[in-house]
Design a protein around this ligand. Sequence first.
Ligand code: SF4
Ligand code: SF4
Length: 298
Amino acid sequence: MPSKPAKFQIVWLQGITCNGNTHSFLNDPLLGSLLDKVRFLYHPILPSQMSLRELVVKIPKSDLLIVEGAYRGDFERGGAVMEKLLPALAARAKNIVALGSCASFGGIFKEASPESISGIVYDKSEATGPLAAMREKVINLGGCPAHPEWLSFVIGMMLNKRKVALDELGRPKELYAYTVHNGCLRNDYFEWKVDSRSFGTKEGCLYYEQGCQGPFTHGSCNKILWNGVASKTRAGTPCFGCTEPTFPKTDLFRTKTYMSIPSEMPLGVPKRSYLALAGAAKSFHIKRLEERLIDDHS
Ligand code: SF4
Ligand code: SF4
């Protein structure tokens, strides 16, 4: 009788983390069918073959090493320091995913100790992390947290032996080639320069006064919706750019302006062209866009 094909073996290692990416992954609607095809040698929450202590002692081979959380050399897991544990597991893994902004670029935890904390390949956007020499086999899934379907997309590609095309920061182009602005339902308002009046409403663009970073943040949040139904901008909250190495910025919900012109332009748009278009668009008054769509008080 032909033997069953071996399951795809995954090790999920946590650095310095809030567990946000683990929790995000547990919301993946495809998790059940994915678990039929893969086996966790180690995962902090899901059933797995080894305990953390066994993982650290045995350093098993794997098809995929997923790293969640930021890197600091002297941080310990299972009694082993990351400085030794991470390169040892990485050397025995066929593929590596840096899951979330902390593992990808340092993220929020880097703010506490900028000198000693980084991502596993990138320190912000500099490739100086501990696995920089192995960057060819590392895929970065920036996001705070990363969308669960971004991870299952990458695992699915690996299961089907398909190559994942990456951008200059090692992020899958399929997921990060577009900006969050692309697919946002507020584009009509953006084009005609109609601003949102407050958080949580359906009308207006959140760029001009509320600091939305959708026009310069790479991510598919408005295409692969969260929980299948929403995104920040759909819910009336500005995107704060969590997929980028620049995250976290300060003053998240304010648009910095210079003489009332936004200081950061949408990606690829020269300031001069923007000003010409903005001036023309502002001179129109489009009743449809200036009215409430939904009256909360009726
Ligand atoms: S709310 Fe943000 S993402 Fe949506 S159109 Fe305005 S700037 Fe773009
Ligand atoms: S909408 Fe922006 S802040 Fe929210 S998850 Fe997507 S990239 Fe991150």
